[in-house]
Every structure is written in C-alpha cells, then in structure tokens.
Design a protein around this ligand. Structure first.
Ligand SMILES: [Zn+2]
Length: 171
C-alpha cells in the first residue's frame, strides 16, 4: 500500500525510455527489454569470426569478443549509457551485467573465463565522477557467471578525454 502510494508520487522510470515502470518492472520496462538492440554475438556461428573480434586482429590474440548491445545515438542504449555514466546508476549496471552473464552462462561460456576485469577509468576521471560505470556491469556479469571480478588489476595510464574522436565501437 505504502509502496503503491510512493510509486504514485515518485514513479520509477525506465532507464531506456524514461517512461514510468509498471508494477513488477525494475530498471528497464518490458517493451524496452524486447526492443533493445542486442548484438547476439554469443549465438553459435556469430562467435566464430565476428566484427568485434576483427578489431583485435594484429593487436592482441582474443578467443571471444562479445558486446551486449549495439550503440545507437539518440536511442535506448544512449539513454542507458548516459545514466550509467552520469547519473550514478550502478545498480542498473549490475542488473545489465547479471542479465548478460546469465545469457552467456546459458550458452555454456562460463567455463571459459576466470576473472572479469572492468575497463578502468583514469584516476582523475574516477575522482571527478566518483565511480567507474564499468564496475557495476563487471560485478553483475561475474555474479551470473559465478566467477570473480576485480577493479584493482588494470589501471588506465592515459586520460582518454584527450582522444577527441571516439568511434561508436570504442564506446
Ligand atoms: Zn522503457
């Protein structure tokens, strides 16, 4: 009763479309859950030689390269990223990480990984923002895959703010 009253006054908003969430929905509404642009790179066939993996050719050997969602400007994913980066939505990051980890585990990938390492922020940016938006996703991912994660292993030496032109994929 109190919860209903509170959600009438302060409705929880979908992080992807900014519409009020219905009862039972958390973080992202049902419609957005269906319509988010999933990459499906984990599906058999797609993982063999995917476009993400090709980005690493000649740089570093990688066994798998996955990405949960396609970036589309002015769309649901951009709104989600904005909330992760600037609105402190760490629980949202964990939620998305858990969902993706569950999907990867269902497809038998859990045994291939030992540790989840979030992409680090430069220490100055970390100080400014107060948190690393990748930590929540890493935590949720690791939880669902039932492996460890750590934000202490990697360190960013160069502040990427100085790189003015970032491609869609880099984000
Ligand atoms: Zn929505």
């Amino acid at each position: 009763m109190l919860q209903d009253f509170l959600s009438l006054l302060f409705p929880e908003i979908c992080n992807a479309c900014d519409q009020p969430l219905a009862r039972g929905e958390r973080y992202i509404c049902t419609e957005c859950n269906v319509k988010l642009p999933y990459t499906d790179l984990h599906l058999p066939g797609a993982t063999e030689l995917n476009y993400l993996q090709q980005r690493f050719w000649g740089k570093v050997p990688v066994r798998f390269a996955f990405s949960y969602l396609h970036f589309r400007s002015k769309g649901r994913v951009q709104r989600v990223l904005h909330k992760l980066k600037y609105k402190g939505a760490q629980e949202l990051g964990e939620h998305l990480g858990r969902r993706y980890g569950t999907l990867l585990a269902e497809h038998g990938y859990a045994a291939h990984f030992d540790l989840v390492l979030p992409v680090p922020l430069h220490r100055l940016k970390l100080r400014r923002r107060g948190y690393n938006q990748s930590d929540g996703f890493a935590k949720g991912l690791a939880e669902a895959l039932q492996i460890a994660w750590s934000s202490k292993v990697l360190e960013r030496a160069i502040d990427s703010d100085t790189q003015t032109k970032k491609s869609r994929l880099d984000r």
